[in-house]
Ligand binder design. Structure first.
Ligand code: SIN
Length: 481
C-alpha cells in the first residue's frame, strides 16, 4: 500500500503504549474489489481485558494533569492528523470505500473534535451554589468518570472515534476502543499519531478483533470500566445497554435512524435536491442520519422527482480512489444484498423504480443509485434503516399529516425540512420528535453542536458542550463553615 508516511500502516493492537501481535489473524479487504489490504493481529477478550487494565492504571496520572497539559497533547495530536491527512484519507477510502474527497472531509471533521475539545476542557467549570444554611458552603466540581469503553462503526472509521475519544481524553478519562473489524487501519493510524503526540502509555488503547461479542462483553461488564459508549445499530445497542445494566455503567448510545426529508410546497427545489443528494448519497447512504423517507408535498412531487432523477444520474460510481468518483461501494456483500432485497420487497409491494434498482458490475459491492416513487408508510423500506443509495419518495397533503407520519417511528435521530416559510419551518422543527433537525441543509455535523437521537435512536449527545459532560461526574461538595 502506497503511503507517504509508512509508520501509519499498523497491523497490531495498541495496548499500554505498545504494539501487540497475536497468533490469530484478521484480513482487512477493500470493499470495492475484495483485495486484501493487510492482515491484522486478531485480538480477543483477553487482549481487551489487558487493555482495560492498562487504561485503569493510566487513569490516576492522566486525571491529575491540568486541563492545559491535556490540551497541549491533544493539540499536537490534532496537528499530526492534519499533517498526515492525505495518507489517513487514502487508508480510509481503501478500507471503507467512500470517495477520497469524502474521506479527506472525514479526516478533517474527525480532527476538528480533537481541536475543539482541547479548547473546551479549559472551561470545565463547577459552580458555587447559594447556600440554604449560613454555616455551610456548597459547590460542585467536575471530575472525569474513569475508564471508558468504546465501540465504533465502519461507516465513519475516523470521526466516530475522535468524537468519543477527544472529549473523554480532554475530560481526563482513559479509554479502550474497539473499532469495527472492517475498518481498523485508519483507526490504528490514529493511535500511532497519538503516541507521537505524547499521549501517555495506557491512556488510549485499541483492540481490533473478529470476536465482537467477546470484546463487547469485556467493555460492558468489566467493573474497571466506568462508562461505555457505542455507535451502531439499535439492535446491538440494546444488547450492550443490557450488559451495562448489570454494573450500572454510564452509557451513551448513538443508534439507528429513520430520517424523514420533508419538501414543503414553499421549499426551494434546487436547495431541496442539493440537500437530499448530500444526505442520501454521502457515504453511499451508509450514515445513520441518511435520509430514509422522502416526503414531498403533492403539488411539487413530480417536479422534485424529475430534478432528483437528473442529479442522481450525474453521480459517478467507481473506486473511491479514482478521480471524480462520487459514489463508492457498500461495505460488504451482506449489506449490498440486504439493500437489493429491500428494493425488491418495495417493488413487490407496489412502488415504482424510476432509476436504478439493481447491482452494478463495477465491483462486488456496488448498488445503483436508486429512486423509487409510490412508496407508502407501511412498506418495509419506510420502517427500516436502508443504509444504501436508495431514495424512496412519498407524497403528503398537509403539515399535520406529514408531522404525524414522520413521527410514527421508534427512531428519532435526524430529520430534514425544506421550506422557505420561516413560520412553517419553525412549526415543523419544533413538532418533529428528533434529536436533530436540519432546515434547508443536508449536512449539519460539526464538533461544536450536540449530535444524538431521541427515542430508540440513542442516549446522550456527542459534540459540543453536551458531548463533554458525558465524560464527567458532577460532585456536590458541602463544607461546614
Ligand atoms: C453517522 O453517525 O452515521 C453520521 C455521522 C455524521 O454525520 O457526523
Amino acid at each position: 500500500m502506497e503511503l507517504a508516511n509508512k509508520h501509519l500502516l499498523k497491523t497490531q493492537n495498541y495496548i499500554g503504549g505498545q504494539w501487540h501481535d497475536s497468533p490469530a489473524k484478521l484480513p482487512v479487504c477493500d470493499p470495492a474489489n475484495s483485495n486484501m489490504l493487510a492482515e491484522l493481529a486478531d485480538a480477543g477478550p483477553a487482549d481487551a481485558e489487558a487493555a482495560v487494565g492498562e487504561a485503569h492504571a493510566a487513569f490516576p496520572a492522566w486525571k491529575k494533569r491540568t486541563a492545559g497539559e491535556r490540551a497541549a497533547v491533544l493539540k499536537r495530536w490534532h496537528q499530526l492528523i492534519l499533517d498526515n491527512t492525505d495518507d489517513l484519507a487514502r487508508l480510509l477510502t481503501l478500507e471503507q470505500g467512500k470517495p477520497l474527497a469524502e474521506a479527506r472531509g472525514e479526516i478533517l471533521h474527525g480532527a476538528s473534535f480533537i481541536e475543539w475539545y482541547a479548547e473546551e476542557c479549559r472551561r470545565a467549570y463547577g459552580q458555587t451554589i447559594p447556600t440554604h444554611n449560613r454555616d455551610m458552603r456548597l459547590q460542585t466540581i467536575r471530575q472525569p468518570v474513569g475508564v471508558v469503553g468504546c465501540i465504533t462503526p465502519w461507516n465513519f472509521p475516523n470521526a466516530m472515534i475522535t468524537r468519543k475519544v477527544a472529549p473523554a481524553l480532554a475530560a481526563g478519562c482513559t479509554l479502550v476502543v474497539k473499532p469495527a473489524a472492517e475498518t481498523p487501519l485508519s483507526a490504528l493510524a490514529l493511535c500511532q499519531l497519538a503516541q507521537e503526540a505524547g499521549l501517555p502509555a495506557g491512556t488510549l488503547n485499541m483492540v481490533v478483533g473478529s470476536d465482537a461479542a467477546g470484546i463487547g462483553r469485556v467493555l460492558t461488564q468489566d467493573t474497571r470500566v466506568a462508562k461505555f459508549t457505542f455507535t451502531g445499530s439499535t439492535a446491538v445497542g440494546k444488547i450492550l445497554m443490557a450488559q451495562c445494566a448489570t454494573g450500572v455503567k454510564k452509557v451513551s448510545m448513538e443508534l439507528g435512524g429513520n430520517a424523514p426529508f420533508i419538501v414543503c410546497d414553499d421549499g426551494d427545489l434546487d436547495t431541496a435536491v442539493q440537500a437530499c443528494m448530500a444526505t442520501k448519497f454521502r457515504n453511499a447512504g451508509q450514515t445513520c442520519v441518511s435520509t430514509n423517507r422522502i416526503y414531498v408535498h403533492e403539488s411539487v412531487h413530480d417536479e422534485f422527482v424529475a430534478r432528483l432523477r437528473t442529479a442522481m444520474t450525474a453521480l459517478k460510481v467507481g473506486h473511491g480512489c479514482e478521480d471524480g468518483v462520487t459514489l463508492g461501494p457498500l461495505i460488504h456483500r451482506r449489506a449490498t444484498e440486504r439493500v437489493a432485497q429491500l428494493v425488491e420487497d418495495t417493488v413487490a409491494a407496489g412502488a415504482t423504480i424510476e432509476v436504478g434498482g439493481d447491482f452494478l458490475s463495477t465491483g462486488v459491492n456496488y448498488y445503483a443509485p436508486t429512486l423509487i416513487t409510490g412508496v407508502t408508510d407501511d412498506m418495509r423500506i419506510a420502517r427500516e434503516e436502508i443504509f444504501g443509495p436508495v431514495a424512496p419518495v412519498q407524497k403528503f397533503a398537509c403539515e399535520e399529516d406529514v408531522i404525524r407520519r414522520t413521527n410514527d417511528t421508534p427512531y428519532g435521530l435526524a430529520a430534514y425540512v425544506m421550506s422557505e416559510n420561516i413560520r412553517r419551518a419553525n412549526r415543523l422543527v419544533e413538532a418533529l420528535d428528533y434529536g436533530m433537525v436540519a432546515c434547508n441543509a443536508g449536512v449539519f455535523s460539526t464538533a461544536a453542536a450536540p449530535f444524538g437521537g431521541n427515542k430508540e435512536s440513542g442516549i446522550g449527545r456527542e459534540g459540543g458542550v453536551e458531548g463533554m459532560t458525558e465524560f464527567y461526574e458532577t460532585k456536590y461538595c458541602c463544607y461546614g463553615a
